[in-house]
Write a protein that binds this ligand. Structure first.
Ligand SMILES: O=c1ccn([C@@H]2O[C@H](COP(=O)(O)OP(=O)(O)O[C@H]3O[C@H](CO)[C@@H](O)[C@H](O)[C@H]3O)[C@@H](O)[C@H]2O)c(=O)[nH]1
Ligand SMILES: [Mn+2]
Length: 547
């Protein structure tokens, strides 16, 4: 909400798939805190503008009175303490509920798996009385929980995103949409302006569908024990793809043109309608608008429509982002990778071995699903995207298949060693030279590549090699088997959500909670909001056991 961007052009949406009153309460608290926080950020050009990240440094920065800094910190801590207390108790008191009509939506029988759609406009930017404490306009802030009913498939994150697209279309309808996962925060208040530069470029901007920022994590250890850093992908691979038509969509930290996300094909005469934002009369009945938006977030809305197929994010594939990006590029659009020195978005990577393995199982499975479907980049992309990009997609799409040669390499040479069969040339043979060249050359190259990113230590590189082997024999192998069993109709796809806790809590809770957080814990997901000329979207509040 505190982006360096005109607030009247900004709308922030939070999607709470768990439909929890606790998340709504936390968001109501945030809407109150914003009135103090936004003017403070703008006055002192604060970075980062996610208060949790900003106050994690122990002292006030130069150029600011310590008293004012302390005052804001206390205000923030009091708010988080109130939220924590309510979350621990699991209930919002009647007294608090009197603060906002939205609380009346929660009735006894509501659960994370079964609830009606809820859309609540917490701050209406069009309302002339919605001001911060310095008298400036505030961005629009909207809470959304799409309807859930076990009889209808909710299509995981893709389903939530598609509901967000529709709900926001009647409230703000901005031409550009930024989406950010619940485990990330915005680290650079200029990200919106920066991204818009690409779209607004009169010569080269017309065919740009989305601007993708890298995924960076701020919770990994120095030597990255479980090889979770994406530095090589960010610094080497994605930059490479940028020259072949643009990176794939990676699900978060991405600015999309609304129209393209909704299925539009590229044509030479395409011109963005920058005035498409919804014109509303500030005196319109807000409840009516919310009801209209709720009708777009029901389970039945999408039945017999093209949503999830040609419109919106694609359903049926565990990596909805990759397939959606591929389909957009195959419709003739380009994408742009943008990685400024001050990182745009920071988030939480997996921090335990179990989480890492599980996460990679989903990635590799989803990617293999794409390769084995009609969307295989070489087939579907043939004649539509460049060969380099087809190969780029396939490199990830075939990640799971890596498990098969690895399995062969760990089993066959071991067995032959036991049986005394020599598979490799002797040191005295001239054939030893190409063998050792390949091994030494490959490893040295990969080590230099890692060190050149300046984000990976030698030990970190070594850990990554170790994790490659582990992942190939676990995640990727399970991923391959799961994809094959889905194709044969033996099992169904899932979306295993990664636990969303960090810092001190992480070590305490990983042992206890891991993949099965309760509703209350997911209430913590709420951190920071996202947005654009447009829409700041945070998805959160998922009950992990749904999956
Ligand atoms: O039913 C669901 C499941 C997930 N989510 C949201 O989806 C996001 C991603 O989930 P997470 O558990 O953080 O998965 P990751 O493995 O970190 O996700 C990576 O991989 C996913 C699949 O490719 C992408 O969607 C993500 O953007 C990308 O960060 C989170 O904000 C969730 O709240 C929902 O809203 N509803
Ligand atoms: Mn994540």
């Amino acid at each position: 909400m505190a982006y360096n961007y005109p607030p009247e052009k900004l709308s922030v949406y939070l999607s709470d798939d768990g439909g929890s009153i606790l998340t709504f309460y936390a968001m109501w608290e945030a809407s109150q805190f914003a009135k103090y926080w936004i003017p403070f950020c703008k006055r002192y050009k604060v970075e980062p503008r996610a208060p949790a990240a900003y106050f994690s440094t122990p002292d006030s920065p130069n150029g600011m009175s310590r008293d004012e800094w302390l005052c804001m910190k206390v205000l923030y801590e009091e708010m988080t303490n109130r939220i924590d207390t309510i979350v621990m108790s699991g209930k919002v008191s009647e007294e608090l509920k009197a603060n906002h009509k939205g609380f009346s939506h929660w009735k006894h029988q509501m659960t994370s798996k079964r609830h009606p759609p809820v859309v609540q406009i917490l701050i209406d930017g069009k309302d002339p009385s919605a001001l911060d404490n310095a008298g400036n306009a505030l961005p629009t802030l909207v809470y959304m929980a799409r309807e859930k009913n076990p009889e209808y498939h909710h299509n995981f994150k893709a389903g939530a995103m598609n509901s967000l697209i529709r709900v926001s279309s009647v409230i703000s309808n901005s031409p550009i949409i930024l989406n950010v996962d619940c485990d990330m925060y915005s680290n650079n208040s200029d990200s919106i302006r920066d991204a818009l530069c690409f779209f607004l470029d009169e010569e080269k901007g017309c065919d740009i569908a989305f601007v993708q920022y890298p995924q960076n994590y701020n919770n990994l250890t120095k030597n990255d024990t479980y090889g979770n850093t994406l530095s090589i992908i960010n610094e080497v691979e994605t930059r490479g793809l940028d020259s072949w038509g643009g990176p794939s969509y990676i699900g978060t930290g991405c600015f999309h043109r609304r129209e393209i996300l909704c299925g539009r094909k590229y044509t030479k005469d395409y011109k963005e309608n920058w005035n498409r934002g919804s014109e509303r009369n500030p005196h319109d009945d807000i409840r009516k608008l919310e009801e209209k938006a709720e009708s777009l977030a029901t389970c039945t809305y999408e039945l017999n429509t093209r949503w999830g197929h040609e419109v919106g994010l694609k359903y049926g594939i565990a990596v909805e982002d990759v397939i959606t990006g591929l389909m957009i590029q195959c419709r003739g659009w380009r994408s742009v990778y943008y990685s400024p020195p001050r990182k745009g978005f920071l988030g939480m990577g997996a921090t335990t071995l179990a989480q890492t393995i599980l996460q990679h199982k989903r990635y590799s499975e989803g990617n293999l699903q794409i390769f084995l479907s009609k969307y295989c980049a070489f087939v579907y992309g043939h004649g539509k995207i460049k060969l380099g990009l087809q190969m780029g997609y396939s490199m990830y799409n075939l990640m799971a298949a890596n498990s098969l040669p690895t399995l062969y390499y760990v089993i066959v040479p071991t067995l032959s060693l036991l049986r005394g069969i020599s598979l490799f040339p002797k040191m005295t043979s001239p054939w030893f030279i190409p063998f050792s060249y390949v091994i030494v050359g490959k490893q040295t190259y990969s080590m230099i590549e890692a060190l050149l990113t300046r984000e990976i230590t030698i030990q970190g590189w070594w850990n990554a090699q170790r994790m490659w082997l582990i992942k190939r024999l676990t995640s990727y192998l399970y991923g391959t088997l799961a994809t094959l069993s889905e194709i044969l109709g033996v099992s169904k796809m899932g979306f295993t959500i990664i636990a969303k806790i960090s810092g001190k809590d992480a070590s305490k809770r990983f042992g206890l909670c891991n993949e099965s957080c309760s509703d209350e814990e997911m209430g913590h997901c709420f951190r920071d909001v996202l947005s654009s000329d447009s829409a700041l979207w945070v998805s959160s509040g998922h009950k992990c056991s749904d999956i």
